[in-house]
Design a binder for this molecule. Structure first.
Ligand code: NAD
Length: 471
């Protein structure tokens, strides 16, 4: 029986391994993590992450061929294939601070593998890493090899949070990069055999190691770039009376462009887009390519611009001040169908409004009060000027309340900001919300989820990203 160990039981390691276990009943899959709390949650009825369909997959295989454990050494030692799916955040200090990927967790995982292994291993990069990381990992492993043969593969993960299970069941492609040596090709084949249990052969792409590593960074940069492109157009739409939905539809009808990922919004978030672009910028700089670096930097600048443009619009519409006014925030997660708040634009929007002394009441169906308070109290790292900005003052954080109901959050509010595109926000009783708000009542739709005309008929003053303003 092939044994797989995955180091890192996070948003990627957990769902990916659960799907491998489900699709490959003859493979034993053990997910290990240094966080005892995370492992306990994976072994409980309350999984540590919210992802549609995940509970069912885990329930079907946990205890059969899927296991979660903190015994990292034991399961590394027993595994034939080791996936490493640890976090690779942006460095916050030292060389490359604010841009480069922090590979501390990766290095420590590699050293653990070197310390405890007693047989040959295939080590798979599942985390998103800078191009050439495999070279560093190879050095750590081979210099400590004790005669063991290690083959490093790059197998980046392309799932999107909120649709992870769907994406894993039916991936657009599975990418495997490896060495061009016979051993490297044998390792690629071993990993291909795992995916071949459910992924059609034509969707399994094999490349050299560096192409695979760079493809993941490039894919995220392209996706984020589309959002920044449509957001830059949304600003021009507001200035000219064009409607971004109509423009995006017309642009997307060109088969060379396509319709997906062209929704204007308050900005992208999530743990990946910004960090991966910063990483790309850093790699371009390190390779003496400043113009390429500047090109990608602009994608993040537009994203920051879009968030501050939204805050400024809210304040300007509300007679140039939100001081002492209650603003309801609907949605705090960075996108719908996840409870993940990493880099969510809601953090910047809330901080912007709190900076103008607003009182904030937040509702999100999947985000807890603790998480919101923690996010708002955290320092924000300024990637262009790597110094820590001031954290929120305790008094500002006190101006935040978190509710478990959209109607409660909006009661007595002067304005409502929709910051996540949760489906339930489309069907709220907006007449009831209007009746319980201060007048004039404002809605600022940062995700274009509500019909501005219908809301205007109720009596709201409406601002929707990229759409014509109130007459
Ligand atoms: P995460 O923070 O949710 O999970 C990482 C886990 O690794 C944590 O539970 C942490 O405790 C564990 N860990 C760290 N060092 C360890 C060690 N030495 N031994 C054992 N466990 C250790 O991160 P994530 O969102 O799952 O992302 C993981 C990687 O996948 C990142 O490189 C990310 O860029 C990439 N990725 C993420 C997504 C996504 O949507 N979240 C999608 C594709 C790729």
């Amino acid at each position: 029986m092939v044994k797989i160990c995955c180091i890192g039981a996070g948003y990627v390691g957990g769902p990916t391994m659960a799907v491998i276990a489900l699709k490959c009943p003859s493979i034993e899959v053990i997910v290990v993590d240094i966080s005892a709390a995370r492992i306990a949650a994976w072994n409980s009825d309350q999984l540590p992450i919210y992802e549609p369909g995940l509970d069912e997959v885990v329930k079907q295989c946990r205890g059969k061929n899927l296991f979660f454990s903190t015994d990292v050494d034991k399961y590394i030692r027993e595994a034939d294939i080791i996936f490493v799916s640890v976090n690779t955040p942006t460095k916050t200090r030292g060389l490359g601070a604010g841009k480069a990927a922090d590979l501390t967790y990766w290095e420590s995982a590699a050293r653990m593998i070197a310390d405890v292994s007693q047989s040959d291993k295939i080590v798979v990069e599942k985390s998103t890493v800078p191009v050439k990381t495999a070279e560093a990992i190879e050095k750590i492993l081979t210099h400590n090899s004790k005669g063991i043969n290690y083959q490093i593969l790059s197998n980046p993960e392309f799932l999107a949070e909120g649709t992870a299970i769907k994406d894993l069941f039916n991936p657009d492609r599975v990418l495997i990069g490896g060495r061009e040596t016979p051993e490297g090709q044998k390792a690629i084949q071993a990993l291909k055999n795992v995916y071949a249990n459910w992924v059609p052969e034509e969707r399994i792409i094999t490349t050299n190691l560096w192409s695979a590593e760079l493809s993941k960074l490039a894919a995220n940069a392209f996706l984020a770039q589309r959002i920044s492109s449509v957001n830059a157009i949304s600003a021009l739409c507001e200035a000219t009376g064009a409607n971004v939905a109509e423009v995006a539809y017309s642009v997307g009808k060109d088969s060379r462009i396509g319709p997906k990922f062209l929704n204007a919004s308050v900005g992208f978030g999530g743990s990946c887009f910004q960090k991966d672009i910063l990483n790309l910028v850093y790699i371009c700089d390190c390779n003496g390519l400043p113009e390429a670096a500047n090109y990608w930097k602009q994608v993040i600048k537009i994203n920051d611009y879009q968030k501050s443009r939204f805050v400024n619009r809210v304040v300007a519409c509300m007679f140039n001040t939100v001081s002492g006014k209650k603003i309801a925030i609907l949605g705090f997660a960075f996108k719908k169908d996840t409870g993940d708040t990493r880099e969510t634009p809601a953090i910047d929007v809330c901080k912007g409004l709190l900076g103008d002394k607003a009182k904030i009441s937040i509702y999100d169906p999947q985000v807890t009060e603790d998480q919101i308070q923690r996010d708002l109290a955290m320092n924000k790292f300024d990637w262009d000027h790597p110094i820590h900005l001031q954290p929120m003052s305790p008094t500002a954080v006190k101006e935040v309340t978190v509710t478990w109901d959209a109607y409660e959050a909006t009661k007595g509010a002067h304005g409502v900001c929709i910051l996540t595109e949760w489906d339930e926000f489309k069907t709220l009783d907006y007449a009831k919300i209007y009746a319980n708000m201060q007048k004039p009542a404002f809605i600022f739709d940062g995700r274009n989820v509500v019909d501005p005309e219908k809301l205007r008929q109720i009596g709201f003053i409406v601002y929707s990203i990229g759409k014509p303003l109130d007459p």
